[in-house]
Ligand binder design. Structure first.
Ligand code: BYC
Length: 474
C-alpha cells in the first residue's frame, strides 16, 4: 500500500482518488522495475544531491537534498487551475476549456499524450551508460537530475492516461515501459529517440537541441483546450529549462576548453588539437549538424493534416498562441514551406493550418540560432577564427519535403553519390565517435576536478561550491 502524500507528492488529490490509486499501484512497481533495468547504470546505491518538486509553489518545486534515485519521489503536478480558462483557438474557440476528454477527440488526444510520454523514458534509456564516464561530479549530478525529471515527465503523462483514458490509458501506460530506445522489434515512437547518445558531447547536444524540441512541443500542448494536459505541460516546462541549460552550458564549456588549449599551444589543425586531449571545433560542428537535423525531423511533415486537425480541434496550439494577434482559427492564412523541384529548393505558400509543424519548427530554429550565436561568442572572445553554423534546414532530413533529397549543409542539392562521398565532413564519422569516446573512458570523481576536455562551469548547483560532493558513491 502506498502512502500517497509522502511517497508521491501531488496536487491532484491522489489520496482520495481510488481509481487513480488502483492504476498507480499496478504501474508504479513496473515503473521501478523499468528504472532498475533501464535507468542510469550501476547508480542505484548512489546518493545524489537532487532537486525534487514537492509542490507547485515557488518554494516547493525546487527542494534539494541527497537522494538515492530509486527512492526519488516522482510526483504529479499540474499548474493550478484557472476557472475562467477557455479554448483559445480552433473551431471551439471561446468555449470553456475542457476538464474532461471530449469524446470525439479521445483517440487523437490519447495519441498525442502517448507520443509525448514515450520520449521521456526513451531519453533515460539513451543516456543510461553515461554516468560511467562523467567529466566531474557536478556533471554527473546534472545528468542524474535530468534523468529523474524525465522520469517525472513520464509520470505526468501516465497520470493523464490513468485519470482520463480508462482501460486503454492503462494499457498505453504499460506500453510506455515496454518499448525500448533503439530496439528493432519494439522501438520508441519518434526517430531521434532511437539514436544512441554514446558520449557526453552527444548528451549536451541532445539536451540543447532535442530537449528544446521538448520545450516547443510542451509549449504547444500547454495551449491545449484540454485543460489537464495544458496544466501538466506548463509545470513540466519549469523543469525543461534546466535540461536546456545543462546542454547549452555543457557545449559552451567544451568549446571554451578547446579554444583555451588551442590558444595556449598555438595550434589550429584538428589533428594537433586532438593530440592535446580536447575536442576539435570541426568535430563539434559535425555533432551540431547531426543533432540539429535529427531534431528538426521531430516536428513532423512540413504539410500535415494531423497538425491541422490537432489545431482545429483545439488540442494543440502554436508557440505562444494566446500572445499571437490573429483570428486563432487560421481559415484564410497562408504560410511558406519549402519544396524541392529538380535541383532547386523553392518556397510555396500553403494553407497555414496545414503548415503548423513547419511553423513550430521555424520558431524553434530562431531560438536555436540565438544559442549557437552565444557559443560563437565564446570562440570569438578567445580570438580563434572559426565559425559555427547551423546547416540548411534540408540537410540530412528524413521527415517532410526534404526526405529523399541529398542536400549539403550550405543548401545545395547534390547526387546521392556526391553526398555520400562528403558525409563525414558534415556528420560525425565512426572515427570521430571513437576519438570522443577515447577521452571519456572513465569517471572523473575527485572533488572539484574536471576532465581535461571541458572547462569548469561558472558556478555550482544551488549555491554550492564546485568542489561539493554532488554524488556519494557508497
Ligand atoms: N519519427 O503529419 P506528420 C520531448 C510520423 S520531445 C517517427 O508528419 P504529425 C523530450 C507521425 O507520427 C517532444 N515518426 O506528423 C525531449 C505520423 O504517423 P502515422 C515530444 C514520425 O503527426 C528530450 C506520420 O509520421 N512531444 O519532450 O503532424 C528528452 C506522419 O505524421 C516523426 C511531441 O512530439 C518522427 N520524427 O506530427 C525528453 C508532441 N514525425 O499517423 C523529452 C506530441 C512524424 O502515419 N507529438 N512521424 O502513423 C506530436 O504532436 C506529433 O506526433 C508530431 C508529429 C509533432 C511528433
Amino acid at each position: 500500500m502506498i502512502d500517497y502524500t509522502d511517497k508521491i507528492p501531488n496536487n491532484v488529490d491522489l489520496g482520495r482518488d481510488r481509481v487513480l490509486q488502483r492504476a498507480l499501484e499496478h504501474w508504479q512497481p513496473a515503473y521501478l522495475s523499468w528504472w532498475y533495468d533501464m535507468g542510469p547504470n550501476e547508480s542505484h546505491n548512489f546518493e545524489v544531491y537532487l532537486r525534487t518538486a514537492i509542490s507547485v509553489e515557488p518554494d516547493g518545486w525546487a527542494q534539494f537534498d541527497y537522494v538515492k534515485m530509486p527512492e526519488y519521489r516522482w510526483g504529479i503536478f499540474l499548474q493550478p487551475r484557472d476557472e475562467n480558462r477557455q479554448v483559445n483557438f480552433g473551431i471551439h474557440k471561446g468555449q470553456p476549456a475542457w476538464q474532461d476528454v471530449p469524446g470525439e477527440y479521445r483517440s487523437i488526444l490519447r495519441r498525442i499524450v502517448v507520443t509525448q510520454g514515450d520520449t521521456e523514458p526513451a531519453s533515460v534509456e539513451q543516456q543510461k551508460m553515461l554516468g560511467l564516464s562523467c567529466p566531474s561530479l557536478y556533471d554527473l549530478r546534472n545528468i542524474f537530475q535530468v534523468n529523474v525529471e524525465e522520469g517525472r515527465h513520464l509520470w505526468a503523462m501516465v497520470y493523464l492516461l490513468h485519470r482520463y483514458f480508462g482501460r486503454d490509458g492503462r494499457e498505453e501506460a504499460e506500453s510506455l515501459l515496454a518499448r525500448r530506445s533503439g530496439d528493432t522489434d519494439n522501438p520508441r515512437i519518434l526517430g531521434a529517440f532511437n539514436e544512441p547518445t554514446p558520449d557526453w558531447l552527444a548528451f549536451y547536444m541532445f539536451t540543447f537541441f532535442t530537449d528544446r524540441d521538448g520545450k516547443f512541443q510542451l509549449c504547444a500542448l500547454a495551449e491545449s483546450g484540454f485543460d489537464p494536459l495544458a496544466r501538466t505541460c506548463r509545470f513540466m516546462l519549469t523543469e525543461e529549462a534546466h535540461h536546456m541549460f545543462v546542454g547549452e552550458s555543457g557545449v559552451s564549456r567544451i568549446i571554451q576548453r578547446t579554444c583555451e588549449v588551442m590558444k595556449e599551444n598555438k595550434v589550429d589543425a584538428p589533428h594537433d588539437v586532438r593530440a592535446l586531449g580536447v575536442i576539435d571545433l570541426q568535430t563539434i560542428q559535425r555533432y551540431l549538424n547531426f543533432h540539429y537535423s535529427v531534431t528538426l525531423d521531430l516536428y513532423g511533415s512540413d504539410v500535415s493534416s494531423n497538425a491541422a486537425n490537432y489545431y482545429t480541434s483545439g488540442l494543440k496550439g502554436r508557440f505562444r498562441e494566446t500572445k499571437l494577434e490573429d483570428d486563432h482559427t487560421l481559415q484564410e492564412a497562408t504560410y511558406p514551406v519549402s519544396e524541392v523541384i529538380g535541383d532547386k529548393i523553392n518556397t510555396k505558400q500553403v494553407a497555414a493550418l496545414t503548415a503548423l509543424n513547419e511553423r513550430l519548427r521555424d520558431d524553434y530554429i530562431e531560438e536555436i540560432q540565438a544559442g549557437v550565436n552565444r557559443w560563437q561568442r565564446v570562440i570569438d572572445e578567445t580570438g580563434i577564427q572559426f565559425r559555427l553554423t547551423l546547416p540548411h534546414k534540408g540537410f540530412h532530413r528524413e521527415i517532410g519535403n526534404f526526405t529523399g533529397h541529398f542536400i549539403t549543409p550550405s543548401g545545395e542539392i547534390v547526387s546521392e553519390e556526391q553526398w555520400k562521398a562528403h558525409q563525414y565532413e558534415w556528420l560525425p564519422s565512426p572515427k570521430d565517435y571513437a576519438y570522443v569516446q577515447s577521452l571519456m573512458s572513465g569517471r572523473v570523481a575527485e572533488l572539484g576536478k574536471f576532465a581535461n576536455w571541458i572547462a569548469p562551469p561558472v558556478k555550482g548547483v544551488n549555491g554550492k561550491p564546485l568542489d561539493f560532493q554532488y554524488v556519494r558513491f557508497n
